[in-house]
Design a protein around this ligand. Sequence first.
Ligand code: GLP
Length: 255
Amino acid sequence: MARLQRKRECHVHGTRVLVYKNTSDLFKDAANELFETLRRKPDANIGLATGATFLPFYKYVSSKYKIARTSFSKANTFNLDEYVGLERSDMHSYFTYMRTNLFSKIDIDQKNANVPDGSSKDPKAEASRYESKISRLGGIDLQYLGIGQNGHIGFNEPGTPFGSKTHVVRLSASTIRQNSKYFGNGKMPRSAITMGIKTINSANKIVVIAVGKAKASIVKKALTCKPNKKIPASSLKRNANVTFMLDNKSASLLK
Ligand code: GLP
């Protein structure tokens, strides 16, 4: 009996899509992309995402990077976004998420692990500083992205101009509904600093990861609709450097 393929590759309206039978293979391939980038360019700038989707990814990366003969010692990382008003040490900040799940487990020079500072007294100035630092260091070589159920990438909510750079954003009602669960009884922030849609699309290579049934509908929309501001992820369709990595569930509505 022929061995079932671990993944299939297709193009949906011109965008490269990989669909995996097992999510463990998906995260392994996603991590290998990072390891290959670091082997080729040890001082690469890596764009990182948060959310539940990326927990298995960071687990794999932190446990295997040494075996993969890679090092983060010369690399810079730039996270996509951070809530405004949270101290870095706040248990709900994306900085804490990153420190817990990745930065404390790899050999990165902590000063090269960049997350927008949500506790800044002047979030707009912090957003411009962040954007300038990304360009000063030569831009993002490899960007990882998740996708929100409303189609947001980073925290670029529906309606964000495709030409946007790192900026302060008011979170949409649907994002507040979706992410409130992480804040328990505490009130979640209403705004965030996020890399802009242009910042994201300027990366040399972009890997979008979506898993689970809850993402099936937005994945289908993002890949098949005309690029439009209502669905920020649809901006990626204009970009030849993008690969979507999906499991069978998130890909279930694609023909
Ligand atoms: C969050 C983050 C995004 C992330 C998305 C999906 O709000 N700002 O960067 O991609 O929502 O999160 P999850 O992986 O938990 O579904």
